[in-house]
Design a protein around this ligand. Structure first.
Ligand SMILES: [Zn+2]
Length: 103
């Protein structure tokens, strides 16, 4: 039986799962702390202000092309307990979060 933590704790990650992550505003101050130049690209590391998911974006200095990947906090990603278990859709997660807010 799956733990279904998402159902027991809809508030946990509910905002980010419903409305996407919130990244801190970027400005020149402190840029040295979140921008690192590696090879021909700027690597920008941002942490969501709500859930601490980390987005690492690599922007090519010449072309401006960007690729990104994410590092999620423990419990954010939903995992199947077995192959038969169905994960909730984003809509189900949103409804649970909304129900939590309205209780
Ligand atoms: Zn987040």
């Amino acid at each position: 039986m799956a733990e279904k933590k998402w159902l027991k704790k809809p508030a946990e990650f509910g905002q980010c799962r419903s409305f996407q992550h919130s990244w801190p505003k970027l400005n020149k101050r402190g840029a040295k702390h979140f921008i690192e130049v590696q090879g021909g690209a700027a690597v920008i590391r941002l942490e969501c202000v709500h859930c601490a998911t980390v987005r690492i974006s690599r922007i090519h200095l010449h072309t401006g092309q960007m690729s990104s990947y994410y590092e999620y906090p423990v419990g954010y990603l939903l995992k199947r307990a077995n192959k038969k278990e169905k994960l909730p859709s984003k809509g189900v997660l949103r409804k649970e979060f909304l129900n939590y807010l309205r209780r």
